[in-house]
Design a protein around this ligand. Structure first.
Ligand code: CTP
Ligand code: MG
Length: 452
């Protein structure tokens, strides 16, 4: 089988973004755009090697990123050129095997999916050049120099280009070599060269609306939102047997998801400690949280994971609710979570451990009667993103679970009877939560959905 290379273009300056660092180093959900993009290719089994083309001014920064992430597939780090075309050529030229496949991708398109990558690789069995594009929702019009329309092509045939673009190495090398000979050459992209010199049919794989390129400052707002909406799925290929002999502390352990987490973790031989108001631990009291963590640490000599499922849901119009009731809710749902995190840090640092919090699907949009509950859950998500960055150097992961409607006592108390088959089981949420703490994810909101 021919090897499959991917060239990640990260040599641009990001002038249109106008930030003090090139835009590929902007962080979303605790990681730079470059890392999100590298993750996509590193974790895709169809890709054998990654060639990273970088801006020489950012060499140290980039090398640190490669080292800290333990990327195994990054085999070359090349200095890029003045233009994207030059950077792309430098990458292509570094591959000797002309029969190999290569995917060229912008470092600033962090949302590229496995589906897109796989389809590009597969399409190269049938075509020597492959583009990725999406249908245009807007009508595309062609204008002349006087700004007058001279053509409206049929929308069905209009698409907007994305990356990756994929080629047999020999073909794209040839295209670049032909273009080197021309002066005043206007370059659109690598596929454009194949079309211009009529070297091969370029097959188009369907892209995705979410595979956006970060170009302008406002794109980062969209990227943040996409990250939240698109949030990561429950990590696959994680065996709960890894829990054996790990020390796990669960707050909110007396019922519902917290209780099931304790039970399942113990089944897998984790050393599990569950706390709740039933055993006199209220996460709204910092001293309670500090005391029990210290006790567990002194007994076990380590704490690997801390999970907080404690939460309360009180609904009502803000105007009609007592201030005590409101503060109490926030003291558990939000500041309580902060207390759990803060008190856990000194222990989790020593074990490169992991923290897990719970949010709710209501965090993305405020809704009447749920103002304090939903906004405290939104605050939890925001905090997870911020703290993932802060904790990076301590190797502590922090994530939030976003379960769909789950069959718990709290739900029953608040919503009454609901059709069983529309609710997630609390055991499933518990299993997926445990998989999340065992994963490498950080700064993420993990959506848990009922299997279809
Ligand atoms: N790129 C590159 N080498 C260049 C120019 C661009 O590797 N000399 C890369 C960028 O790092 C980016 C991708 O090509 O990942 C797409 O380019 P673009 O969005 O234009 O990025 P920049 O050139 O960095 O941005 P700008 O044009 O606003 O300066
Ligand atoms: Mg550019």
């Amino acid at each position: 089988m021919e090897k499959v290379y991917s060239i990640i273009l990260a040599s641009g300056k990001g002038e249109r973004f106008d930030y003090y660092k090139p835009k590929q180093f902007i962080k979303i959900a605790g990681k730079t755009l470059l890392e999100h993009t590298l993750d996509a290719f590193e974790n895709n089994s169809a890709i054998d090697e990654i060639i990273l083309v970088i801006n020489p001014l950012c060499k140290d920064l980039t090398e640190n990123i490669i080292i800290n992430n333990h990327y195994k597939k990054v085999k070359k780090i090349l200095n890029g050129g003045e233009t994207r075309k030059e950077s792309s050529f430098i990458g292509i030229n570094s591959i000797d095997d002309n029969d190999a496949k290569v995917l060229i991708h912008d470092a600033v398109r962090p949302f590229v999916s496995d589906r897109i990558i796989n389809e590009c690789v597969e399409a190269l069995d049938r075509f020597a050049a492959v583009d990725v594009a999406i249908k245009s929702a807007d009508t595309v019009i062609q204008i002349n120099d006087e700004h007058i329309i001279n053509n409206i092509p049929q929308r069905n045939y209009m698409m907007r280009g994305q990356t990756p673009q994929a080629f047999k190495v020999g073909l794209i090398k040839k295209a670049h070599e032909l273009s080197q000979k021309e002066e005043n050459f206007e370059f659109t992209d690598d596929c454009g060269l194949i079309v211009k010199y009529n070297l091969a049919d370029v097959y188009v794989v369907n892209g995705e609306e979410t595979n956006i390129k970060i170009t302008y400052p406002e794109d980062i707002f969209l990227a943040d939102k996409l990250f939240q909406i698109n949030s990561h799925k429950v990590p696959e290929n994680i065996a709960l047997t890894e829990l054996k002999d790990k020390v796990l502390v669960v707050f909110g352990a007396s019922s519902g998801i917290g209780k099931d987490i304790c039970k399942i973790a113990a089944d897998y031989k984790a050393i599990t400690y569950g706390f709740s108001r039933k055993n006199n631990v209220n996460i709204a009291n910092y001293e309670d949280v500090q005391r029990v963590l210290k006790e567990v640490y002194e007994k076990e000599k380590k704490i690997d994971y801390v999970i907080n499922t404690a939460g309360i849901l009180n609904i009502g119009k803000l105007e009609e609710r007592d201030i005590e009731d409101i503060t109490n809710e926030i003291n558990v749902n939000y500041t309580g979570a902060i207390k759990v995190i803060k008190a856990s840090l000194e222990y989790l640092k020593k074990s490169s451990g992991s923290l897990l919090l719970f949010t709710s699907s209501s965090y993305t949009r405020g809704r009447a009667l749920y103002s304090t509950y939903s906004s405290s859950k939104a605050a939890v998500v925001n905090m997870v993103q911020a703290l993932a960055e802060e904790f990076k150097s301590d190797n502590i992961n922090i994530n939030a679970i976003n379960p769909e409607r789950t069959a718990t006592e709290m739900r029953y108390k608040n919503f009454g009877k609901e059709p069983e088959d529309t609710l997630l089981s609390s055991e499933q949420v518990a299993v997926d939560s445990l998989k999340t703490i065992l994963s490498d994810l950080t700064g993420q909101v993990i959506d848990i959905r009922k299997p279809k």
